[in-house]
Design a protein around this ligand. Structure first.
Ligand code: NAD
Ligand code: UDP
Length: 334
């Protein structure tokens, strides 16, 4: 069965491509390389052990998307493509609405034109906003606390309206928590351009000697050790979650929001200590002030994914840290 992966050369898309090929799907990847490199295609093909169809282009080009859907007899779409840096979205909000919301409209128009009504969408735990209770379950009220989150919420709601307008539509909105780690081969990983803003890629660069010390953003939160707590999930588990979501999508109808996390919270210091243990590297630390816009702590309620998708995360924090470290040669742009 042919599936289109928008943004398929990015961090989560490339890992999901491997899991989907292993599950027997045929893939078409569409990407404009705004946040990935062309060499990822070779890496995916090497690990997958078969050629993958690739289309270079921008999702906002609805004619190109429509032609891609038609020429490849696509049956369903996983929509990863988008911009994802919260700070950048505060500085350039219109770029985020253009690239995230406009891309999604263009994609959905092309899907409607080709009578394809099955989509899995990459959403984020950020749509829950300030926690009213924890763990966040899927019924927790949603609210956006920055433009990035607003684009995710907007797309979620568009998909809900679409599902309400036509019972043949199925939209699975996957709300990711904090994906980290890399494929076990060490040949795929998270390769941000410039200085990383996320914790794990920053940690990898400090351990490799490219950056001097890890700045810990806040050590006075009301958490176990004063540092921020998150629900880190191995990207390979997340990728497997997409296989389960795709299977669910083809047997269900309607709109479904599902958390993909582990259900466990880990503090910055706990993550650093686990990283030091598995890599045998000492990480120099700077305790600095809180980062604007950060929440103290949040984690997922994961029972809906277990019940509906029969999926749950299997890999632990040590697996996440070790695989991130083992992929360092392809994660750092020199
Ligand atoms: P990524 O930047 O590594 O991958 C996104 C891919 O989409 C890139 O390869 C980029 O070149 C491509 N792309 C962007 N705009 C495009 C466009 N207009 N046309 C075609 N291709 C385009 O990001 P990721 O970490 O793999 O995230 C994938 C999705 O998951 C994003 O929508 C992101 O918002 C969401 N998400 C990510 C995280 C995370 O921590 N990584 C957490 C929650 C949600
Ligand atoms: N963090 C940190 N130093 C860094 C990057 C992140 O202390 O250089 C902290 C951040 O404050 C948060 C956690 O690590 O508590 C996860 O941040 P990240 O940016 O990876 O993901 P977020 O949860 O913000 O999406």
């Amino acid at each position: 069965m042919n599936i289109l992966l928008t943004g398929g050369c990015g961090y989560i898309g490339s890992h999901t491509a491997i899991s989907l090929v292993n599950a027997g799907y045929d893939l078409i990847l569409l990407d404009n390389f705004s946040n990935s490199e062309t060499c990822v295609i070779d890496r995916i093909q090497k690990i997958a052990g078969k050629p993958i169809i690739f289309v270079e282009g921008d999702l906002r080009d609805s004619n190109l998307v429509s032609k891609t859907l038609k020429d490849n007899n696509i049956r369903g779409v996983i929509h990863f493509a988008g911009l994802k840096a919260v700070g950048e979205s505060v500085k350039n909000p219109i770029d985020y609405f253009d690239n995230n919301v406009q891309c999604s409209i263009s994609l959905l128009q092309a899907m409607i034109k080709n009578n394809i009504k099955k989509i899995v969408f990459s959403s984020s735990a950020t749509v829950y906003g300030i926690p009213q209770y924890l763990p966040y379950d899927e019924n927790h009220p949603t609210s956006a606390i920055n433009p990035y989150g607003r684009t995710k919420l907007h797309i979620e709601e568009m998909l809900k309206d679409l599902a309400n307008s036509d019972p043949e539509w199925t939209s699975i909105v996957l709300r990711y928590f904090n994906p980290v780690g890399a494929h076990k081969s060490g040949n795929l990983g998270e390769a941000p351009k410039g200085i990383p803003s996320n914790l794990m890629p920053y940690l990898v660069q400090v351990a490799s000697g490219y950056l001097g010390a890890l700045n810990i953003f806040g050590s006075d939160y009301g958490t176990r050790d004063g540092t921020g707590e998150r629900d880190y999930i191995h990207v390979t588990d997340l990728a497997e979650g997409h296989v389960a979501a795709l299977q669910f999508m083809f047997r269900e109808q309607g709109w479904h929001a599902i958390n993909l996390g582990t259900g466990k919270s880990t503090s910055v210091l706990e993550l650093v200590h686990t990283f030091e243990k598995v890599t045998n590297k000492k990480i120099p630390l700077n305790l600095t002030s809180r980062r604007a816009g950060d929440l103290p702590a949040y984690f997922a309620k994961v029972s809906k994914a277990k019940n509906l998708l029969n999926w749950e995360a299997k890999l632990n924090l040590e697996d996440m840290c070790l695989s991130a470290w083992q992929s360092r040669k392809i994660s750092i742009h020199e």
